[in-house]
Design a protein around this ligand. Structure first.
Ligand code: PXP
Length: 250
């Protein structure tokens, strides 16, 4: 078995914020490519990178360098725009995760409105699929959005765990339980309908285990917290510890 098939629940590490720190000084250090190599070396299952319209972290040339530096699958997070579509078709990542993108937001703030934007998304999804790129839609764990993802022919849905993460921070047990149930129910419904369910956003050592315990989930994508922890303990340790927590939860 190789790194891609080793874990029933894959850990995709989002390395955007290594580039955020690099860009703060405008130089080449720290290099997100080095982060990708470390993730590969310590048993991460994939690299996730979000090429934003304003290039605030990952830049175009990072994608090619990341792909050349590791054989881990690349999950390219992208807005549904012609520019990003042509970049995806040029780089041919393993997967493209379509996310909503508002210029002013600090981070992706919610799921894609796959139901309301069917006509805009349909040609982009089909061009990506024609190029053998697995298409993932970042949506809320909501039956209407999941049905829309099915109609669009998405291979994967990634459920937004941001509300779950907020409920955890607020110590709101009822909201936490409701969010978990929503994600678990929609993960089961996805699998029933042949769509691979993933989850991500705001996951930490403290809140990851109830999500990781949802048996249908195939992948978690985790970024900001891991890069933050890496400042204190190193990226190797942070990825290993997250991996261990995920494994313990299964
Ligand atoms: N999944 C998606 C679709 C995202 O947009 C992000 C944030 O870029 C993540 C996962 C990772 O979220 P976080 O950085 O909060 O772990």
């Amino acid at each position: 078995m190789n790194a891609h098939t080793r874990n029933a629940l894959r850990l995709g590490v989002n390395i955007d914020h290594v580039a955020t720190i690099r860009n703060a000084r405008g130089g080449a250090h720290p290099d997100p490519v080095r982060a990708a190599q470390i993730v590969a070396a310590v048993g991460g299952d994939g690299i996730t990178a979000h090429l934003r319209e304003d290039r605030r972290h990952i830049r175009d040339d990072d994608l090619k360098r990341i792909q050349a530096a590791t054989d881990l699958p690349l999950n390219l997070e992208m807005a549904a725009t012609d520019e990003m579509l042509s970049i995806a078709l040029r780089h041919l990542p393993n997967a493209a995760c379509i996310v909503p993108e508002n210029r002013e937001e600090r981070t992706t703030e919610g799921g894609l409105d796959a139901a309301g934007q069917h006509n805009r998304l349909a040609p982009i999804v089909s061009r990506l699929k024609d190029a053998d790129i697995r298409v993932s839609l970042f949506i809320e764990a909501d039956a209407r959005q999941l049905e829309a993802a099915m109609r669009l022919g998405a291979d994967i849905v990634e459920f937004h765990t941001g509300e779950y993460a907020h409920a955890f921070i607020d110590g709101d047990a009822a909201a936490l339980e409701a969010e978990l149930r929503r994600i678990a129910d929609m993960a089961a419904l996805s699998v029933k309908n042949g769509i691979e369910p993933h989850a991500g956003h705001g996951l930490t050592y403290e809140n990851v285990q109830p999500i990781a315990a949802i048996p249908q989930l195939a992948e978690l994508n985790i970024g900001h917290y891991l890069i933050g922890e890496a400042v204190f303990t190193g990226l190797e340790h942070a990825v290993r510890k997250m991996r261990q927590l995920m494994d313990e939860a299964r």
